[in-house]
Design a protein around this ligand. Structure first.
Ligand SMILES: [Zn+2]
Ligand SMILES: [Zn+2]
Length: 630
């Protein structure tokens, strides 16, 4: 009895703790409101501070070790459901979530992020999957919600270490096969094609796919029946009553699940800051129509290759205005092929032409669909802007429509490309001046609809940066979810559920792994620091050839510099660096115990760095080389 009383008391205390932990949400909300008026930076700072407070408060809550400990003792034997986010929290990208119960484990999504400016030379960023790899024998499968890169991009890297069957819808399967075919040595990968409404078992879990709308066809949310209750994951979604292909999101199913009882809802937070509802994909079609109508120029449209519905709308409009369609960019060609094969695109005969044939048609009878909406340097539109494209020269006879919104971080590259296109005389239409793009993610009113249909016992906002998660948390509160039942997660922070209580007390290894070319994870902070230094300050190489026992200079020292100085004073500096290097070597030669390559090299490095900083206040990378000859 005493025990019970204590538990109740502790539960109240813990709830209070969590309450404190939640309050920053209000701060972030206010900050986000201000954001529209002032600057992003302000909101970000506040959100970061709020995040810190949440963490600190959560730590205290963990220390108190409340209902968790007691319940744990009581049911020490019964395993708990463990949900482990390895990506997609406090960031947008590389989504990956692990579900674990006893000896069964499965993964939802396996995505990438693209590197920001800080990650010099890095091609991709993937989640740290160590935790799953260590328990790979428990992995029963990977379930994919849709075919966006931030949900499937890491699969080839995952499948190198973990052989597990994949479960997804047909279009996702097509895109995944395409992706896997580009990576060798993965062996045979089993892809099980399912459709919305299907149910299947993965160990002790039963998974049901639920139709949702998104900026790619065939996207699904999940209802996961676990031994402790039902978990609903929306995946990326919006509510579009007039989608281009397929039906509206299965709200009825979400509602029915809600009535039957849902333990936990994990919902897309990308647009949690945006009030109202997202626009239907069909709006973009109407907008295309107005830009095609009466246009006597060639039309070039850049969009995300994966947005097959958008491609369909471009094609429909082209057909209406009797234009031929050509495609530029490898990913666009590949995806078009997959979508056509699987029946996700309808293209009337004789509409598509080869890019090499475009010169046979008058410009006002052409549409070119291209990649490059994000200003990616190797993309087709970028090459058109900077005259690096073999078949297309952009000029005053072109109307260019950029049917996408910038992914954060790409704004500058896009803006440079748009300026260049304008400079060439083209008429450029982009989202800032016209509705040529709509978001694929639910806005506040849509998020509330899902929350009130599903009526979960616990709620965990996912797929968003900290401020999106906290905004979504406060939306949930307005829908009646008690703040003590809202879980703000973090990468590697394990959420445990037993059907009654939820805990976030343990963590597993998580983070990011950088991919550069064929190298996975070999580029670390040290390499990045070097790359940054090289790009910012340049490099000085001081090369000397010495005899075997390091007692005489055979030739040199020679000073070579790259990305460093090209002025008149360079000669003087170079001469002085040569003199200094020589002096260091001579000093070392004079003293027996200093006749060591690494000692000499370190001394040269210190001497030259100090000299350069004193003279010109710069710190290039100094690389002393000592070559020995017989
Ligand atoms: Zn998506
Ligand atoms: Zn996503």
């Amino acid at each position: 009895m005493q025990e019970k009383k204590n538990t109740a008391g502790r539960q109240r205390a813990a709830a209070k703790q969590r309450q404190t932990a939640r309050e920053p949400a209000a701060v972030a909300k206010k900050a986000a409101k201000r954001k529209s008026k002032t600057e992003n930076a302000v909101a970000e700072t506040v959100a970061a501070a709020a995040k810190k407070t949440v963490r600190a408060a959560r730590k205290t809550a963990a220390k108190v070790k409340l209902p968790a400990q007691t319940a744990e003792k009581k049911s020490a034997k019964a395993p708990k459901l463990r949900i482990i986010p390895l990506g997609g929290l406090n960031e947008i990208g590389k989504n990956m979530t692990v579900f674990e119960y006893g000896d069964d484990m499965f993964i939802v999504d396996c995505g990438v992020t693209f590197p920001d400016d800080e990650l010099l030379g890095v091609d991709l960023v993937i989640p740290d999957m160590t935790y799953v790899v260590q328990k790979k024998d428990k992995v029963r499968g990977v379930v994919l919600t849709h075919a966006h890169e931030d949900h499937i991009g890491s699969l080839p890297y995952f499948l190198r270490d973990v052989k597990a069957p994949i479960y997804c819808t047909a279009l996702t399967a097509g895109m995944v096969s395409l992706k896997i075919s580009e990576h060798k040595n993965l062996g045979k990968v089993k892809i099980n094609v399912k459709k919305a409404g299907d149910k299947f078992k993965l160990g002790c879990f039963e998974i049901e796919l639920i139709r949702v709308n998104h900026s790619i066809s065939d996207a699904v949310g999940l209802a996961i029946k676990t031994p402790v209750g039902v978990v609903v994951m929306t995946g990326d979604f919006k509510i579009d009553p007039t989608p281009i292909r397929g039906e509206m999101i299965d709200l009825e199913r979400f509602g029915r699940l809600g009535r039957e009882g849902v333990l936990l809802l994990m919902s897309d937070s990308t647009n949690a800051e945006r009030p109202g509802i997202s626009m239907s994909e069909r709006k973009v079609g109407e907008s295309f129509d107005s830009w095609f109508k009466g246009c006597d120029r060639r039309i070039i449209i850049a969009t995300f290759a994966s947005n097959v519905d958008r491609l369909q709308q471009i094609i429909n409009t082209a057909v209406k205005y009797k234009r031929k369609v050509a495609v530029s960019g490898r990913s666009m060609e590949n995806i078009l092929k997959v979508a056509l094969e699987l029946g996700y695109l309808d293209i009337p005969d004789k509409t598509l032409i080869e890019l090499s044939q475009i010169n046979r048609y008058p410009k006002d009878q052409l549409v070119v669909i291209t990649t490059g909406s994000q200003g990616e340097p190797m993309s087709a539109l970028y090459r058109m802007a900077f005259t690096g494209h073999r078949q297309i020269e952009v000029g005053k006879d072109d109307r260019i429509i950029i049917s996408a919104s910038p992914i954060p971080g790409n704004e500058k590259a896009i803006s440079q490309m748009v300026n260049e296109l304008f400079r060439r005389g083209a008429d450029v239409v982009y989202n800032a001046i016209a509705d040529v793009h709509v978001s694929g993610h639910a806005c506040q009113e849509e998020l509330k609809i899902i929350l009130s249909l599903v009526r979960p016992k616990y709620f965990m906002p996912v797929h968003g940066e900290c401020r999106h998660l906290l905004m979504h948390a406060s939306l949930a509160q307005t829908c009646g979810v008690d703040s003590s039942r809202i879980l703000i997660g973090d990468l590697g922070s394990v959420v445990e559920l037993d059907g009654e209580n939820a805990w976030q007390t343990s963590t597993v290894q998580a983070g990011r792994v950088l991919v550069d070319g064929y190298g996975v994870g070999d580029v670390g902070t040290a390499v990045l620091r070097e790359r940054k230094l090289l790009s910012a300050e340049g490099i000085i190489v001081a090369e000397t050839v010495m005899n075997r026992d390091l007692t005489a200079i055979v030739s040199g020292p020679d000073i070579i510099s790259r990305g460093f100085i090209f002025t008149k004073e360079a000669e003087e500096l170079t001469e002085e660096m040569r003199r200094l290097t020589k002096k260091v070597i001579e000093d070392c030669m004079a003293e027996r115990r200093l006749r060591d390559r690494s000692v000499i090299k370190n001394r040269i490095r210190d001497e030259l760095s100090e000299y350069l900083f004193r003279q010109i206040k710069r710190s290039p990378m100094v690389l002393p080389i000592i070559t020995e000859v017989q």
